[in-house]
Design a protein around this ligand. Structure first.
Ligand SMILES: [Zn+2]
Length: 509
């Protein structure tokens, strides 16, 4: 039995998500009979003719499973469209760990007596008959959306931090699809098997990024000292505008140095972006630094920037206006995949907390909450800081906490290399007589297996299900006042004006 996803229409947004999750998948034609032995779940994203629907129904009748999404239309169901900003998961649903999803577009809500609500908040439904789920979103378009906007982030206090970030919370949509597929595998009593998205079996990943705009020698030395004391190999994105300061970084050991900018700006034109990168790279090379990564000023991203990054042969970049709190992926635009890996981070820097009047203790608690939630969910923790904002003690405490919890640490270059290796894999997963067979060409990537009994992360090979030591997925507490993060506040306008001004006048951060 193949543990493989079939999809009727292999669009780029879906490829991004299915690669991130690490599934075996392929396009499936609905023109001839489909065996439930060949495909664990079929994702239907388009409208189909009656012959194709008959084939799908036959597959469903033989215990297949279908996930309907995007432009799928189910016979006998009426739909109404609705513009939504954010949707909030219900407690005690299979999707409650997702919390909420920012959509900012039109969704398609099905209506019929034949439907049951699986999560009323996220509007995930299912037909009473057969193994199926219906998502109201256009996943492909949402994942390819490149718009950004100011969003507030949750904290247990009145004034919330905010940042201009990707409009759609793409990481949440990816998790929603993963959960939906897992739900359908389990409905079929199949183990859900995919490549694990972290490089270690038993250690959560911690990555620390620094942007060096305005960074004095004292700030650089102190930040470096705290990283070294706690065995943290960070990635320093260098602002090369003040050439003489670059020598401050020469003696640093075991820290990655990459490109932030020469002029603190992301431009509209390809030439301006390319020249800025070229200048920065030239100055870094003078100090013996060959950068493979980039993080844009203000987290800004556009397609001319990506083209310039490709021309400079950079391996990865990290911009939260494209995506945040998510797994890496190769951006797609103009129907082509970029070859510069995008690595999303958690976008709220300490500077944003300071702007929202957080005390040092509240700053520490903010990051502790983020880290603990990601630890429970098994997601890499990637946070960033500007050394010139100081508050080193907050990071000293964060690093001590990270080390006490046994996190593994990588810099972004190491993580990008590992992810590129994972991304190249074309895994095959099979299931026969209570045994799972996994096949792919890497010793450095593990698999996650989940059944109704729990989940485990293990080495590839031949796996006897009865011998797996299953763990239970812990619940993330749903905050009762979560909705206030999408309520308008007058400060949002103030902060928007500030960011416009800093972009116009080439200010830093
Ligand atoms: Zn900056």
């Amino acid at each position: 039995m193949n543990l493989r996803i079939g999809i009727d229409n292999l669009k780029s947004g879906w490829i991004i998500i299915l690669k991130q999750i690490g599934l075996e998948f392929s396009r499936v034609s609905l023109s001839s009979r489909i065996s439930p032995e060949d495909f664990s779940v079929i994702i239907v994203t388009a409208r189909h003719n009656s012959d194709e629907i008959n084939i799908l129904n036959e597959y469903l009748k033989n215990d297949g499973a279908v996930l309907y999404s995007d432009n799928a239309i189910i016979d006998g169901i009426s739909y109404k469209t609705k513009k939504v900003t954010s949707l909030y998961a219900k407690d005690h649903s299979p999707f409650s760990n997702i919390g909420f999803v920012d959509i900012f577009s039109t969704i398609k809500i099905p209506n019929s007596n034949e439907l049951i609500q699986v999560d009323q908040g996220l509007m995930v439904t299912s037909l009473k008959k057969g193994n199926n789920l219906i998502l109201p979103f256009n996943i492909n378009e949402s994942i390819l959306n490149t718009r950004s906007r100011r969003k507030k982030f949750y904290a247990n206090r009145k004034e919330l931090p905010s940042e201009i970030v990707s409009e759609v919370s793409k990481g949440k949509l990816r998790k929603l699809v993963e959960k939906a597929l897992e739900y359908l595998y389990h409905k079929r009593d199949l183990p859900f098997v995919h490549l694990w998205h972290q490089p270690n079996i038993d250690k959560n990943l911690f990555i620390f990024r620094l942007d060096t705009d305005f960074c004095s020698k004292e700030d650089a030395v102190e930040m470096y000292r705290i990283c070294r004391n706690n065995n943290i190999s960070a990635t320093w994105f260098m602002d090369t505008d003040s050439d003489d300061r670059l020598k401050n970084y020469e003696s640093m050991i075991d820290q990655e140095k990459a490109i932030h900018c020469d002029k603190h700006m992301v431009y509209d034109s390809y030439e301006d972006n390319f020249n800025n990168l070229f200048q920065a790279d030239k100055k870094l090379k003078k100090y013996g630094i060959s950068a493979t990564g980039f993080a844009a000023p203000f987290g800004d991203w556009n397609t001319t920037l990506d083209k310039a990054l490709q021309k400079m042969k950079l391996k990865y970049s990290s911009e939260f206006t494209l995506d945040y709190d998510d797994l890496p992926f190769f951006p797609n635009y103009e129907d082509k995949f970029s070859n510069v890996l995008q690595i999303p981070i958690h976008p709220i820097s300490l500077g944003r907390l300071r702007r929202s009047h957080f005390s040092e203790n509240e700053m520490f608690k903010y990051y502790l909450e983020i880290i603990n939630e990601k630890l429970v969910l098994g997601e890499p923790v990637i946070i960033y800081h500007h050394p010139h904002h100081r508050h080193y003690e907050v990071f000293n405490k964060i690093f001590q906490f990270i080390n006490s919890k046994g996190f593994g640490n990588m810099n972004l270059q190491e993580f990008s290399n590992w992810w590129i290796e994972r991304n190249r894999l074309e895994p095959e997963f099979n299931y026969t007589d209570n045994k799972i067979y996994t096949k792919y060409d890497s010793q450095n990537v593990f698999v996650k297996i989940s059944t109704k009994d729990g989940y485990a992360i293990i080495k590839k090979g031949e796996i006897q299900i009865d011998e797996i030591n299953f763990k239970q997925q812990a619940k993330v507490e749903l905050k009762s006042d979560l909705r206030r993060i999408r309520k308008f506040h007058w400060r949002d306008i103030l902060y928007d004006n500030e960011s416009r001004k800093s972009r116009r006048y080439f200010l830093k951060d």
